[in-house]
Design a protein around this ligand. Structure first.
Ligand code: 5AD
Ligand code: SF4
Length: 519
């Protein structure tokens, strides 16, 4: 489902195609941030002007992009973005709850605001010293005299995203210093919620999911100056038995094709040549306008916008993955030759228990469809090990699916029981050590497959977008159309954002090593 961020959270990925370049990150040049906004001091948000905000994102690419939009909304209202919690008057965490570990990470971050016992009487207005104390906040008075039940004076602390939706007002009990809790389906209301806090409300929530709204903003603060992201469908209707997303992000809502294309044209005018269309199930896109554009038509239309050279899309659901998408890829070179198609398990029995709506054989038919393409489409996937009832022989079916499907990358996860999900009632029968053993076996096998697949690419030349410069001299990095990471040397001083031809001279399981050849 996700690109680089899932791996960052779990450490369980053998990412291959889709991994970040092994080079310096891009210069932190926020794009489209409006110029000339008021540059106000900490705490000003209570007065006439606006304050500063700090925004940290956990989880998937969808969350990363939601954060770009949240930042845009705040910048448009006159807030200034800052890099530290200390400098911010509004502190926002855009959270993930897909696995237990991800949720724990958020609570541990919130725990850093727990009032310290040593806090002095009457110092409530002061900055809170970070405290890493763990455990539940029971409320009541701490020794400092500041009530643990109240938000921190002078700061708005907000929890956004999936954990916010999942836990709702319980977050106020576990972290009483939080004053804003808002799930992604309610982001249209964010400015209003913040205004209510500014007007003196102590606590506000936005937790509806029964909305048909999508989160469209007038301005998005784009963090990556070279690759732009665009959500075309929000929420998920698929109801996989292990997954919290249908609860945390609400039902599927697609954005009208004309509005998508208008934003694509604007992005192209701003200088973007690469776009990724996002959705939990991006290929289930259903144009709500009278135009009724199919997903494959939308891909072609986006690739046809002047200035757009590469279009990616993520994540596809096997059920809705049809031949028309492959035909569009065959017909339009601007649609990148990469498909992320989570399989989750190689056993039809487990797939049934997961409510994935396809069997192993049906999944392999989709793989065959991709392999029949004129183009060399790279295929990546997600896999869960240790789902309740997964026997050794089910797991072996997953292992031999790897041989059959020949994935170019796989993100693999240990099953994690989640609140509200149907699979919670199935128990969590596979012991943790056994899950770890299966995960390690799976990753090892996939690593070997990737190494062999990548070795076949030595000597080939690929187009790469120059995205980063390594600390080492004359070393650059970027992605191929198939989303493989390419680290390469060049005699030239390359320009970020250029497309160059690179010859593969060596490989690792997760990346290619190349030399720039003349275009
Ligand atoms: N436990 C483990 N992995 C999960 N995923 C989703 N829910 C769970 C869960 N409860 C994985 C799936 C999905 C990816 C983003 O996260 O593989 O495709
Ligand atoms: Fe979760 Fe399944 Fe929807 Fe993906 S398709 S977001 S795994 S419910």
């Amino acid at each position: 489902m996700f690109d680089i961020n899932v791996e960052r959270l779990t450490g369980g990925g053998v990412p291959g195609a889709g991994a970040p370049p092994e080079a310096e990150p891009f210069a932190d040049a926020g794009v489209l941030a409006p110029l000339g906004l008021p540059n106000l001091k900490l705490g000003d948000y209570r007065g006439e002007g606006r304050g500063t905000f700090y925004l940290e994102t956990f989880g998937c690419q969808m969350n990363e992009h939601d954060s770009e939009k949240v930042a845009g909304v705040l910048l448009a209202r006159g807030y200034r973005q800052v890099d530290t919690v200390e400098a911010a008057s509004v502190i926002l965490y855009n959270t993930c709850s897909i696995r237990e570990k991800a949720a724990q990470k958020v609570y541990s971050r919130l725990g850093e605001f727990r009032p310290q016992e040593s806090e002095q009487q009457g110092s409530g207005e002061k900055e809170q010293t970070a405290s890493l104390l763990r455990g539940q906040a029971e409320g009541g008075q701490c020794r400092s005299g500041r009530s643990k039940e109240r938000p921190i004076p002078g700061k708005i602390i907000g929890v956004l995203g999936c954990l916010a939706q999942q836990e709702g007002e319980d977050i106020f009990t576990r972290a009483p210093w939080v004053s804003l809790v808002c799930g992604s389906a309610s982001y249209q209301k964010l400015p209003q919620l913040i205004a209510e806090l500014e007007a003196g409300n102590r606590r506000v929530t936005g937790l509806d999911t029964d909305t048909d709204e999508t989160f469209e903003t007038e301005m998005t603060r784009r963090d990556n100056p070279l690759r732009a992201y665009l959500t075309i469908i929000e929420g998920c209707d698929k109801a996989c038995s292990y997954c919290v997303v249908p609860f945390t992000r609400g039902p599927e809502r697609s954005r009208a094709s004309a509005s998508i294309l208008e934003e694509v044209r604007k992005l192209a005018d701003t200088g973007y040549s690469e776009l990724t269309l996002l959705g939990q199930t991006v290929n289930s896109y259903a144009d709500p306008s009278a135009r009724k554009m199919r997903f494959s038509e939308l891909l072609e239309a986006v690739a046809g916008v002047r200035g757009i050279r590469r279009v990616r899309f993520m994540t596809s659901h096997p059920r809705d993955f049809g031949k028309d998408i492959v035909d569009a890829m065959d017909a339009v070179p601007g649609i990148c030759e990469h498909v992320h198609l989570p399989v989750q398990s190689g056993s039809s029995k487990v797939l049934r228990a997961m409510a994935r709506t396809y069997s192993r054989e049906e999944y392999l038919e989709k793989v065959a469809l991709l392999r029949r393409s004129k183009r060399e489409i790279s295929l990546t996937t997600d896999i869960i090990v240790g789902f309740p009832g997964e026997t050794e022989s089910d797991f072996e079916e997953t292992l031999n699916l790897l041989d059959e499907a020949q994935f170019d990358g796989a993100f693999s996860f240990k099953y994690s029981p989640r609140p509200n999900t149907p699979s919670l009632r199935m128990g969590d029968a596979i012991p943790e050590e056994e899950k770890s053993r299966r995960l390690a076996m799976l990753m090892e096998k996939q690593r070997e497959i990737q190494r062999k697949r990548n070795e076949k690419l030595v000597g080939r030349v690929f187009e790469v977008m120059v995205e980063g410069k390594s600390r080492r001299d004359k070393q650059w990095s970027g992605h191929t159309s198939a989303n493989r990471v390419m680290n390469f040397t060049s005699r030239e001083e390359e320009t970020l954002g250029d497309y160059v031809q690179v010859k593969v001279v060596a490989v690792t399981p997760n990346s290619l090593v190349g030399e720039r050849v003349s275009n």
